[in-house]
Design a binder for this molecule. Structure first.
Ligand code: SIN
Length: 360
């Protein structure tokens, strides 16, 4: 009888300890931020023939649940949920994909039970999606884009650590109000200023002259700078009712260039042209004539540069006041295209568009 009593007392004590332990786990989990991972494809979801395949692999093959399962450490830093939004290589990212993604991000961030969002993405157009979201997300909550330069099957795959860092960042209160960010190779970059600089190395993403925002170290993000430009909740663009964006295309400047490509794009209905000029946005004479003609037909012209760094000077290599052109400031051609598309949803006045290029 006494023996039975001891056993049942010990059983009750063990049960109580288990209940308390489970309770404290639940309490700890309750205190973690809620981060939703939206997966769109890319190399971070890619797989190769063997562990040394770092080129020539297939992007966008692994689903979001597997990406999350591959990094069990995520459960220590956030309560993570996954959604598969697309499963594509990012060279196929379109304006329509962006509108779908941005609307989903805005719906999620409006929910009190979502503290931050991570978007897994192919690296080829990651900077473009990041900048688009930087201009249209209506929240101060963190949005972090992340990719990988090596597929998950490769030796030293960079996807798992990049994803871990991205979730750390999205879950961190210091990341609130900093605009859309990119987490790659232990570094934090602002969507506006980051660009892919190398076809294949893991340290491909750089914010060269303007400088990165910060680093990850010891399971923490450390911030050193933020962009001075307006973004997210302070931006004026509203895509909530749009299912299409104005057609804006890019023409490239080079020696011996002709206006054939430019004229074809204008004939195909472009509402805006970004000219990726040589040097400080210089225009070859024949292209300049075609750009002037296009402007007279109502096409908005933005002079950007193929150089990659520096301000394209308004009224520098062309008289923008006289020609009614816009200068791209420091935006590279692919990001200037995004800002111009959004600008054209609000105005056809080149002076107002120029103001936006100095604001965002
Ligand atoms: C892609 O952009 O989808 C492929 C390349 C990559 O993710 O690194």
């Amino acid at each position: 009888m006494l023996h039975n009593h001891n056993i049942s007392t010990r059983f009750c004590q063990a049960l109580l300890a288990c209940t308390l332990l489970l309770g404290s786990y639940a309490e700890a989990a309750d205190k973690l931020a809620n981060v939703t991972i939206l997966a769109t494809g890319g190399t971070i979801a890619g797989s190769g023939a063997n562990s040394t395949t770092t080129v020539g692999y297939t992007a966008a093959t692994v689903g979001v649940d597997s990406l999350i399962k591959a990094v069990p450490e995520l459960s220590k830093v956030a309560q993570v949920k996954g959604e598969q939004v697309f499963q594509i290589a990012s060279e196929n990212m379109s304006n329509e994909h962006w509108l779908t993604l941005a609307k989903r991000v805005n719906v999620l961030l409006a929910q009190p039970d979502v503290d931050g969002i991570v978007i897994t993405h192919g690296t080829d157009t990651l900077e473009e999606t990041a900048y688009f979201l930087d201009l249209v997300v209506k929240s101060k909550k963190p949005v972090v884009l992340v990719g990988a330069m090596r597929p998950g099957t490769a030796l030293s795959a960079d996807g798992p650590i990049n994803l871990y860092n991205a979730v750390l960042l999205a879950a961190n209160p210091d990341a609130v109000g900093k605009g859309v960010m990119v987490a790659m190779a232990d570094q934090i970059h602002s969507a506006r200023d980051v660009t892919k600089t190398n076809t294949s190395t893991p340290d491909s993403f750089k914010t060269t002259e303007l400088g990165l925002m910060g680093y990850f170290q010891g399971n923490k993000p450390y911030f050193y700078r933020t962009s001075t430009r307006k973004h997210t909740a302070d931006a004026e663009f509203d895509i909530s009712k749009l299912d299409k964006l104005p057609q804006v295309d890019i023409v490239y400047g080079y020696a011996n260039v002709s206006p054939v490509a430019l004229n074809a794009l204008v004939a195909a209905g472009a509402k805006g042209i970004i000219h990726a000029g040589v040097g400080d946005g210089s225009l070859a004479a024949s292209v300049k004539t075609a750009l002037i003609a296009a402007r007279k037909q109502g096409v908005m012209i933005v002079r950007s540069s193929r150089v990659g760094q520096g301000i394209v000077a308004r009224n520098g290599e062309a008289n923008d006041d006289e020609l009614d052109f816009v200068a791209s400031d420091t935006l590279n051609p692919q990001k200037a295209r995004i800002l111009l598309m959004l600008a054209l949803t609000k105005t056809n006045d080149s002076k107002a568009v120029q103001k936006m290029f100095y604001t965002y």
